[in-house]
Design a protein around this ligand. Structure first.
Ligand code: XMP
Length: 511
């Protein structure tokens, strides 16, 4: 089964990921792609509708992103949001001008004309605006559908060509009927069938995996995290015994994790799961390395080599499965976003990788969607709701060189923090919570003696997709207990600090 797709063309706006997510919440699969896609490429992609996002530019400015004009003649419904709406109007012969005063925040939206786009939206509602430019004259064939006090063309459309524009942002929660507008676009204008569900996704991926793999054999990189667990289970469903999962014990995992992975997947699910003890190799490879990017590259490279060796032992293996998800792809600089960090399951792959291909069934999903798929596959809550852990794990939570002793310190501190968060019943409200071993030492006093030991930082954030994050407002009592236990129970630590930086400007991990 091939599900219907909405194509979101990315003009660099802040809320673009959110648009994709809203569309999928409304039951239609959707993909965010760079705005330089050509009409021919779009025709081949065959979306049922196209959304142009907002963006930071002004349409008449030199260097502002434009599109292949043919896109508006494909006969596929188009919705332009903010910059997208201005771009359509200017391309088809209308006018865009800078307003004397911009509109930012909540505004009153008044529907000017009843249309399929505004079905079930009252005459007066709240919308959310963020613009200085605005459409001042519409091209021929278009009519004004809504306005605000400062924006006479807040929504416009041409029913014949099925082209629409909105100056406000329907994707943000502050636009009261934002979801209704998007739903109307999808179901009244694009006539979408609403066939994107976790069950549909599973079915489609199983078919795709079977078609790609044929009679071949598959090796799965199982890390124990949600993403690789869901990816492995999907592939297991598709090819059964032709899948072998390998868990590399790189010595960088959190406390008890290797044991849990074996218990849940080998003993519980009966998967063909091999554990490779590569702890010494990883430590040797990381000796003397302090640069975060280099740590990632080394870990990523060695990780793949270990798989290749395992594959050789198993005979001919054709494919490697990885649990790469959408935020990994974005953050690694595929598409238009700049490289922030090279996540080991995207960057750092050696060019001479010995498999015919890599299968990444979750590449287009957000974390919450991965969890929905996991539940659909029957994975237990303890796996589906496990907090994400980066591939390089504790290695990027130790500032500076990774050593056996430092691993033991951060592992113990991390286990204490996890225990306290779980005991307080906060684990599902917090996206990630972990300990970092800083490279600072401070003076303390224990009993009657002076100590000079490490500072442990605690990091806990709330997020929905790791693209942005806020520091978690953990009750002081929980922080206090955690700090007391770490300073008391962890041999090399005498001080605990709590990180209260959001992302951006910081990232979730410290390296
Ligand atoms: P940052 O630190 O960039 O992290 O805000 C965003 C999310 O990605 C995870 N992360 C990684 N995951 N390989 C991974 O598989 C990596 O190299 C990596 N680095 C960060 C991080 O834990 C957070 O959930």
């Amino acid at each position: 089964m091939q599900h219907q797709k909405i194509l979101v063309l990315d003009f660099g706006g802040q809320y673009n990921g959110l648009i994709a997510r809203r569309v999928r919440e409304l039951g239609v699969f959707c993909d965010l792609r760079p705005s330089d896609m050509t009409a021919a490429e779009i025709r081949e992609y065959a979306p049922v509708g196209i959304i142009f996002t907002g963006g930071p530019n002004s349409v008449y400015e030199a260097g502002a992103p434009h599109i292949d004009e043919e896109i508006l003649k494909l006969g596929v419904p188009v919705l332009g949001i903010c910059y997208g709406a201005q771009l359509i109007a200017s391309m088809l012969g209308g006018k865009v001008a800078r307003a004397d005063m911009g509109e930012y925040g909540k505004c009153t939206l008044l529907i000017e004309k009843e249309a399929p786009m505004s079905e079930s939206v009252p005459h007066k509602s709240v919308c959310w605006m963020s613009h200085t430019d605005r459409v001042t004259a519409l091209p021929d064939g278009f009519e004004v559908l809504a306005k605000t006090a400062a924006c006479p063309v807040a929504m416009y459309g041409d029913r014949v060509r099925s082209i629409y524009g909105m100056q406000f942002h329907p994707e943000v929660a502050h636009t009261e009927y934002g979801k209704t507008f998007l739903k109307n676009f999808l179901y009244k204008i694009c006539n979408a069938a609403g066939d994107w569900t976790a069950a549909g996704f599973v079915e489609e991926q199983i078919e795709k995996i079977r078609a790609a793999v044929g009679e071949g054999r598959v090796l799965c990189a199982m890390s124990g995290g949600v993403d690789s667990a869901v990816a492995a289970t999907l592939v297991h469903r598709a090819v059964g015994k032709r899948l072998t999962c390998v868990f590399v014990d790189n010595g960088l995992h959190r406390k008890n994790e290797p044991e849990e992975v074996m218990r849940v997947f080998k003993d519980g699910f009966g998967m063909d799961l091999v554990k490779v003890d590569a702890r010494a190799r990883f430590l040797d490879a990381l000796a003397g390395v302090t640069d975060p990017e280099q740590k990632r590259k080394i870990i990523g490279g060695l990780f793949i080599r270990v798989f290749e060796e395992e594959a050789e032992k198993l005979g001919k293996i054709d494919y490697l499965v990885q649990g790469t998800i959408y935020s990994d792809v974005i953050e690694s600089g595929k598409g238009k976003s700049a490289t922030i960090k090279s996540h080991h399951n995207v960057g750092g792959l050696p060019a001479d990788i010995g498999f015919s291909g890599i299968i990444e069934p979750l590449r287009e999903l957000f974390k919450d969607e991965v969890r929905r798929v996991g539940t659909e596959l029957g994975l237990p809550d303890e796996v589906v709701w496990r907090q994400p852990c980066p591939g390089p794990a504790l290695a990027i939570r130790i500032m500076g060189e990774v050593t056996r002793e430092k691993l033991a310190t951060v592992r113990e501190a991390d286990a204490i923090f996890r225990e306290e968060i779980e005991r307080a019943g906060l684990s599902r409200d917090i996206w990630q919570y972990f300990a970092v071993l800083t490279d600072s030492k401070t003076v303390g006093v224990q009993g009657d003696s002076r100590t000079y030991e490490n500072v442990i930082a605690l990091r806990a954030v709330t997020s929905t997709d790791a693209m942005t994050a806020d520091w978690a407002r953990i009750p002081y009592g929980v922080l206090e207990r955690t700090a007391a236990r770490i300073a008391g129970e962890v041999k090399d630590a005498n001080r605990v600090v709590y990180d209260i930086t959001s992302k951006p400007p910081a990232t979730i991990e410290w390296e």
